[in-house]
Design a protein around this ligand. Structure first.
Ligand code: NAG
Ligand code: NAG
Ligand code: FE2
Length: 451
């Protein structure tokens, strides 16, 4: 071992690989805030070896590794596997996650892999940085604003996807909310690994919250399992462990229209970040009034303290309002809109973000297809850069009365900047090139809660 490292090549490898034991170099590092993003954050990563000793621990500090240093982890990794006729059996790398608890709000932290070594020169591994959310209850209002949020959907891993990620990186947002369809692995699970590699520069320092799209269903034609990679690889602030059932019907890996059974876990959950509460929902499990998801959405919306978080957003993959010709009248969309639109209206949800359709469309404030300034705005941001191309066109060349802006020609992302409790700036940023983008739609949102 030692003699191997004596050659010049060995020295280069040693320098680049830092001091990780073989197989324990963390890859695919991604973070998400806790249910209260001012208090906790979860770090997730993968390794190819399960026995990483000290390197299964995350060390973190808010004062440059001087005194305020904590450790979390020491846990054991998980793995998932999936067998399909097309791709055989895939076994994932070892999946680690560790929650950093009891964080201070509105504070910049660094974290690194390995046990405590409180001096910058003795850091166990390259350090990553993140900032906790301001506390909605105790911060002076000024520290809550502005809060900058990037919204993306149907991202994939094409050159266009990479442009979108590079452009989002330049925005220096507080967090990213992703309306489903992340990797387009489509049951070829190596593509999950390459997707997490693609986003790592951003996902390792910016909290990234996701919902499951149809490309996360990944139905196995061998044993019927669904959403296995999505539930295993992401660690959102779960309300309780996932309850899921294999889907026994005949369907493809990523059916466009689908209704299965996947509740709790990463399926639906909420988080609060500064002045906003987000409900992250699943279009592809039951949303009917007698479903667990519906009951949870209703009680959660009813409990939100709008003094503390005046802004309320929901994300789910399959859109309620869509004037493109793609993905019309799918069963999950009809059921969810039929049951939940009234809840969103009643509780003055500010906006709902979806993907699925590979374009961008922003509605006016709308309730049951009629303009209503007190009702939510709906946005399709399925224009992240997927490998299937742009939405094919529109139902009608004249947009419906509720459609304010629509485009199916260019990829991009949306940006919501919460300015204060009554106003937010909304923009759609279209890709010009990697790291270059321009505002193509811009709009000041007024908080309907105060109307
Ligand atoms: C796949 O996962 C199942 C259950 O989690 C486990 O029993 C089985 O050994 C795994 N197969 C492989 C090839 O890892
Ligand atoms: C909130 O921001 C808007 C837009 O900048 C501004 O017009 C309004 O006066 C602000 N309201 C308060 C209470 O600061
Ligand atoms: Fe989709």
């Amino acid at each position: 071992m030692v003699s191997k490292l004596l050659g010049l090549f060995g020295l280069i490898v040693l320098t680049q690989a830092s001091n990780f034991p073989e197989g324990c170099e963390p890859r695919q590092v991604h973070i998400a805030g806790g249910a209260d993003a001012s208090k906790s954050l979860t770090v997730s990563w993968t390794t190819s070896d399960p026995d990483c000793g000290d390197f299964s621990v995350v060390t973190y500090s808010s004062d440059g590794w001087a005194n305020n240093v904590g450790n979390a982890g020491g846990n054991t990794p998980t793995q998932y596997n999936q067998t399909t006729t097309k791709y055989g059996t895939y076994v994932s790398p070892y999946l680690w996650s560790c929650e950093l608890p009891d964080l201070d709000s509105n504070t910049e932290y660094s974290f690194a892999f390995g046990t405590t070594q409180p001096s910058p020169s003795a850091l166990p591994s390259p350090a990553y940085n993140f900032k906790t959310a301001p506390s909605a209850s105790s911060s002076p209002c000024s520290s809550l604003y502005p809060t900058k949020i990037a919204m993306v959907g149907d991202l994939g891993q094409t050159a266009d996807s990479a442009s979108t990620v590079a452009n989002i990186a330049k925005e220096e947002v507080d967090f990213i909310a992703h309306a489903g369809d992340m990797s387009y692995a489509d049951c070829d699970h190596d593509r999950w690994d390459s997707w997490f590699d693609m986003v790592e520069d951003v996902s390792s320092n910016t909290p990234w919250y996701v919902v499951g799209g149809n490309h996360e269903i990944e139905h196995s034609d061998v044993d019927g399992e669904i959403f296995v990679a999505y539930e295993s690889r992401f660690n959102m602030p779960r309300v309780k462990p996932a309850e899921m059932e294999p889907f026994t019907g005949d369907t493809s890996c990523t059916p466009s229209a689908f209704l299965g059974k996947y509740d709790w876990g990463n399926s639906f959950y909420k988080f609060a970040h500064g002045p906003s509460t987000f409900l992250m929902l699943n279009s592809y499990t039951d949303t009917a009034p007698d479903s667990p998801q519906y009951a949870w959405v209703e009680s959660t919306l009813a409990e939100i303290d709008r003094e503390a978080t005046p802004w309320v957003f929901v994300l789910f993959h399959s859109p309620f309002y869509n004037s493109f010709s793609d993905h019309q009248d799918e069963e999950q969309q009809i059921l969810m809109k039929g049951s939940m639109e009234d809840l969103f209206i009643k509780y003055k949800v500010n906006a709902a973000f979806s993907g699925h359709v590979h374009g961008y469309e922003r509605t006016n404030n709308v309730a049951h297809e009629a303009l209503d300034p007190a009702a939510p705005m709906y946005v399709i941001i399925g224009d992240g850069g997927n490998r299937e191309g742009h939405a094919s066109g529109f139902i009608d060349s004249t947009p419906p009365v509720w459609s304010a802006f629509r485009d199916n020609t260019i990829f991009g992302h949306a940006l919501v900047t919460l300015l204060n409790e009554t106003h937010a700036e909304f923009t759609w940023e279209k890709n010009v090139a990697e790291g270059v983008f321009e505002t193509a739609d811009s709009f000041i949102m007024e908080n309907q809660y105060y109307l």
